[in-house]
Design a protein around this ligand. Sequence first.
Ligand code: EPU
Length: 431
Amino acid sequence: MIQYLIRGAKPLNGTVTVSGAKNAAVAILPAALLVDGVCHIENVPDISDVRLFLQILEALGARIRRKSPNCLEIDSRHVHCATAPKDLAQKIRASYYLIGVLLGRFGKATVSLPGGCNFGSTRPIDQHIKGFEALGATVDVPGDTVFAEAPEGGLLSGHIYLDVVSVGATMNIMMAATLAEGTTIIENCAKEPHVVDLANFLNAMGAHISGAGTDIIKIRGVERLAGGSYSIIPDQIEAGTYIAAVAAAGGNVLVQNVIPKHMDCITAKLREMGLSVSEYDDAIRVEKTRPLKASKVKTLPYPGFPTDMQPQVGVCMALAEGTSFITEGIYDTRFAYTAELTRMGAKIEVSGKTAVFEGVESLKGCTVRAHDLRAGAAMVIAALAAEGQTIVENAHYIERGYECIIEKLTALGADITRVETRDDDPVSAAG
Ligand code: EPU
């Protein structure tokens, strides 16, 4: 098990550089399988979700060359296999993107159902399947595996109106339609920055996609994607996490390599709560000059407040003066982290999709568990703000999405240590 040991109540000061966006990378890497050529991809975050995807691509026959820690060359010319390796695919929810790309490139796909972070009872993929069927595919899900097959001659164009605004369905259908015959229209699309980034990547490889970032995306199918160069956008949620850490623990930090426009939905809320925020071309400076004030948040699809920042801002609310409210508008529930925060001294009542926070003056360190990636990030933030030592268990979740988090926080003055224990060896590595 990976644990983080954090001694808190120290402000954060200095500069942090944000890595490439996880949720763009986990779509762009499989999208490289659509390319009958070489993709040169920069700003790829070195996180465990990305490393897993690279293993899947290699198992399918792609050749991968790491030119530097964050720069990859992927050559998918020799890929012929349309069956994703079950053991690897089941480890990551975003493996659902393999259905769209394998279907698009080979006319068939066999992919085990996604795993990953699980919020609420289900995270269905019915909208993905509806999209593939609109492109003429037949899709069967007899057990834990999706079998999809295009009609003779390949996928056709289609007109899809999504019943729910889904990031995954928008990107998956976009990928499948890239090599389909004719023009596909997707309505009620997700507009997240990573949706636009995937469209830009595919266009850089030779696709014809317009409208990404609006409600309607049009994909004019092309015969072949020939390859090219692309740089992944900075991670909006990673940047937001460091900003929330300053709001909770105090300090003055320059967060660099960000697209400030992508951050508005997060910084607007933290400004309202009293954080001082200054924007530059590709950086944001945040400073805590006064105690945080209570606020209200409802998570919504972009440009609304992102569900992936809900636990991190929850920590800020736990420490803000007065009564704050969060309504989770995307998932059935994403409040498992509040029980851990309560053990640190927070006062939180959860009822269905709403959590009510009665702000407290301080949190106290104890042993807490990361329930998923963003809940884990919230535990780190709470620990940075808390008095005494906190042990964050299950920190492997955090490493799914945060590159070099220990190094980045240490450079900001945090007292944080990573400890890896094996079943047969209580404490085996630190750093
Ligand atoms: N939904 C359906 N049917 C579908 C697809 C989605 O009902 O076919 C529902 C979901 O149950 C959910 C809502 O629609 O209530 C939105 O889900 P969406 O499809 O947008 O989520 P996702 O694509 O599975 C991505 C991110 C998540 C992030 C959400 C929302 C990736 C790999 N994951 O998931 O990221 O929370 O969009 O923005 O891109 C994270 O990074 O921590 C994370 C969980």
